[in-house]
Design a protein around this ligand. Structure first.
Ligand SMILES: [Mn+2]
Length: 332
């Protein structure tokens, strides 16, 4: 029996479920959380939602009044927990990790370095966990319409860079097409998703980009956000979410790095790459993780030391002149 069919069986045989996703949730973590909740509710199941960081303000539009998201797991009252988009149990956060029984937990994830921490582990190389929840909905004959379609679409577009990253497959696009056929209002959806910046966001981007630089002969693009920049612009840490993507667009850049001050001695690292450089390997050697072309983690040090350490580590994995030539040839 495959993990996927075992999951369908667990859903059919039990009544009360807890759904979890990773701390500092992105669109996939929030979208797949709500999507699985909608699937289970449409089967008449009782559902608790939990995320240790809560729902970020920019996704508040997706959380209807009937979806309360707890910061810690309920002490009793559920048969099985689902951990979504978590490469390891620690990604759920300390309180959640302590509060659930991994012997009654299903792990649904698409990170290549997933540790298989639960008793049932459905881990596949898919664009997003949302894509996997869509397959599960299909197994259970549930149409991808209304709030379910919206939550799935959020998961799909955020983790695939609006279907531009190499994790996008014909199947991802077929699922997206199916959601549109079921009536998703794309204009309203995008207004909700994209009209989320404050003036502080724009000013923070301006300040950070002013100090952007290239390293390793232009092959690495770096942008940093320090405590001062956050203070000067009144922006929040969430406001710097997409900064890493700017440097990825500079000609010749193969790896884009964003380092962001979070609190004293705590720097958040985001890495993106084109082509062959596997940034998840770089991130995991520094205590983080992720996907081949998008990864991240936290460094417990100051900004200057973080820059030095990450840049040194990236330099080890940059392709040599020969490999670079073939990468460029492939781009035509
Ligand atoms: Mn994901």
């Amino acid at each position: 029996m495959t993990p996927r069919s075992r999951i369908r069986e667990i859903i059919q045989q039990h009544r009360r479920f807890l759904i979890l996703s990773h701390t500092n949730p992105d669109g996939d973590a929030i979208g797949s959380l709500f999507a699985l909740g909608r699937v289970l509710r449409s089967l008449g199941k009782e559902v608790f939602f939990c995320n240790e960081s809560g729902v970020p303000e920019r996704f508040a539009w997706l959380a209807a009044a009937d979806l309360e998201v707890l910061r810690e797991p309920p002490t009793e009252g559920f048969d099985w927990a689902f951990a979504l988009d978590c490469g390891s149990a620690s990604r759920m956060g300390d309180t959640v990790e302590r509060g659930i029984d991994l012997g009654h937990t299903v792990n649904i994830d698409h990170h290549q370095d997933n540790s298989g921490f639960a008793v049932i582990n459905w881990v596949e190389a898919r664009s997003s966990v949302g894509e996997m929840i869509a397959l599960l909905a299909r197994d259970l004959d549930i149409p991808l319409s209304g709030a379910l379609g919206e939550a799935l679409y959020l998961a799909l577009v955020t983790d695939s860079g609006f279907f531009s990253y190499s994790n996008t497959t014909p199947e991802s696009l077929r699922i997206a097409a199916h959601i549109l056929e079921q009536g998703l209002d794309l204009d309203r959806f995008n207004a909700n998703l994209q009209r989320q910046w404050s003036l502080g966001t724009v000013k923070l981007h301006g300040l950070a980009l002013q100090n952007a630089y290239l390293a390793e002969d232009g092959r690495v693009g770096v942008v940093t956000v320090d405590e001062d920049a956050l203070e000067h612009t009144g922006a929040t840490r969430e406001d710097s979410e997409n900064l890493v993507d700017y440097m990825r667009r500079v000609r010749g850049v193969q790896v884009s790095l964003c380092l962001k001050w979070e609190s004293p001695g705590r720097i958040k690292m985001s890495l993106r790459s084109w082509g062959e450089v596997d940034v998840s390997a770089i991130a995991s050697s520094l205590g983080g993780g992720g996907h081949a072309n998008a990864a991240g983690g936290v460094l417990y040090t100051d900004m200057r030391d973080a820059e030095k350490r990450v840049l040194q580590r990236i330099a080890q994995d940059l392709p040599g002149p020969h490999e670079e030539a073939s990468l460029n040839a492939g781009a035509h």
